[in-house]
Design a protein around this ligand. Structure first.
Ligand SMILES: Nc1ncnc2c1ncn2[C@@H]1O[C@H](COP(=O)(O)OP(=O)(O)OP(=O)(O)O)[C@@H](O)[C@H]1O
Ligand SMILES: [Mg+2]
Length: 253
């Protein structure tokens, strides 16, 4: 696994009419591990992920992958370059089994990536990969179960597995704990930490305790701009962050 891909945005501005969702944001995501993006509602976190994944074209500025300008590159081509994004639960086919959901994700990718006249990767290879990912996400015991029978936490794991089938080196996760029960948070985070060992994970998460625990680096956003960047300790101590976001109860930590 390379894990050394460097994704960056340079002076990215996104406007929705008069509203400035991102205001000249420059960020570098380099190195394996978890880079968390936090900030209050409307700070521009999802818009940032959308710009990185290609879903949102910036009004100004550039997105750069390993020195190459990918600002105009389509989403599926970015996925091919290793930028994976976890989709919402609706991307799971509820009546299909866990195994079929995984296999289809890889098959869709195989069809997309190869010229139509070439045979796609054989069924067996895709099936083998689906088996491996099912083990990775801890769902090997549920392989044949319809996805709709999974708990929220397991559905999140399956979503992650679907994204892993595209073999991303950079993984964009927007609130992966949303809808996950309290008792499943630790398990879901352990999975994300495991996945992050060989990859660059960009994580948006509101659960501040989780973020402080798992992040290698935290980016704090507020009103479309970067307010602070640093290790969990550095960010926790930053007076600007305490004032704008964390609140005074975190001040003494
Ligand atoms: N497609 C859009 N059209 C118009 N305004 C948008 C659009 N997408 C986002 N916005 C606005 O841009 C701002 C940033 O939104 P964004 O979704 O990036 O925030 P966020 O940090 O992800 O917030 P949350 O924590 O609530 O998910 C908000 O004011 C939002 O209403
Ligand atoms: Mg959001």
């Amino acid at each position: 696994m390379t894990g050394a891909a460097a994704l960056a945005c340079e002076a990215v501005t996104v406007r929705f009419g008069a509203l400035i969702a991102l205001d000249k944001v420059s960020l570098n995501f380099l190195g394996v591990g978890i880079h968390s993006v936090i900030g209050p509602n409307g700070a521009g976190k999802t818009t940032l992920i959308n710009v990185l994944s290609g879903r949102q074209r910036p009004s100004e500025g550039r997105v750069v992958l390993d020195g190459r300008d990918i600002t105009s590159m389509q989403t599926f081509l970015r996925a091919r370059s290793g930028i994976g994004r976890s989709f919402q639960i609706t991307k799971i086919f509820p009546t299909l089994s866990v195994f079929e959901n995984l296999r289809l994700a890889a098959q869709a990718r195989a069809f997309r990536l190869q010229p139509f006249w070439r045979r796609v990767q054989g069924y067996q290879a895709l099936a083998d990969q689906a088996e491996r990912v099912a083990i990775d996400i801890g769902l090997q015991g549920w392989k044949d179960a319809p996805a709709e029978q999974l708990s929220h936490g397991d559905q999140r794991a399956l979503e992650l597995g679907i994204t892993l089938m595209t073999e991303p080196t950079i993984l964009l996760l927007d609130e992966p704990l949303a809808g996950v029960g309290e008792h499943e948070i630790d398990r879901t985070m352990a999975l994300i930490e495991r996945v992050a060992r060989g990859r660059t994970v960009i994580l948006i998460e509101h659960n501040i305790d989780v973020v402080m625990k798992v992040s290698h680096r935290i980016i704090v956003m507020d009103q479309g701009a970067v307010l602070s960047i640093g290790t969990p300790d550095e960010v926790r101590r930053d007076p600007a962050v305490r004032k704008a976001y964390l609140g005074d109860d975190h001040a003494g930590a």
